[in-house]
Design a protein around this ligand. Structure first.
Ligand code: HEC
Length: 153
């Protein structure tokens, strides 16, 4: 009996890990395609497109927002960032309408695991949850609010 249980575990455990890897691979592939939406400003290499002495947008490598609490990252992508300075020529646009839950999950997973980043996968169910969580947000989010959210964690 015990042996049978052990055998079952031994057979099931690797297949579970495999399912996770397969889901991540699928999200990464779809995310790479969806990242086209971001690349105009952040660049295909995620480093920010150069525009004269400035950049269109910041590098996503090591970004605390991109690799930290996925809820905050989702908020930024869904609603954008209020333009409060001229550091970058672009503006972090609200992209909630352009990305459905599958695409949001995929592009977040892609950014969190590309450009030398390594962070957890975001599933379509997570994406749906974050969209619901921030549906009352009107207009782009201020940096102050993002800081506050970061501290709450
Ligand atoms: C039209 C240009 C543009 C597009 C398109 C765009 N971004 Fe941005 N993004 C910006 C700019 C500009 C900032 C900096 C905003 C600020 O600080 O005022 C920014 C900031 C960010 C940040 C915060 C970085 C940090 O650590 O401060 C993340 C994360 C991010 N963008 C992800 C994305 C993702 C993912 C996409 C695509 C789904 C995307 N952006 C599309 C211009 C853009």
């Amino acid at each position: 009996m015990k042996l049978a249980k052990l055998l079952t575990l031994a057979l099931v455990a690797p297949s579970l890990a495999f399912a996770d890897d397969a889901e991540k691979a699928k999200l990464m592939e779809a995310g790479k395609a969806s990242f086209m939406t971001c690349a105009a400003c952040h660049g295909m290499d995620g480093q920010g497109v150069a525009a004269g002495p400035k950049k269109m947008a910041p590098s996503l490598t090591g970004s605390k927002i991109a690799t930290g609490d996925p809820a905050t990252f989702a908020l930024v992508v869904l609603h954008g960032i209020a333009k409060e300075n001229q550091d970058y020529l672009g503006m972090m646009a609200p992209l909630g309408a352009a990305l459905d839950d599958d695409k949001l999950a995929a592009v977040m997973t892609y950014v969190r695991n590309s450009f030398n980043n390594s962070a957890s996968v975001v599933t379509p169910a997570d994406a749906k949850k974050y969209r619901e969580q921030f549906k009352a947000q009107t207009g782009p989010v201020t940096r102050a609010k993002l800081e506050e959210l970061g501290k709450a964690k």
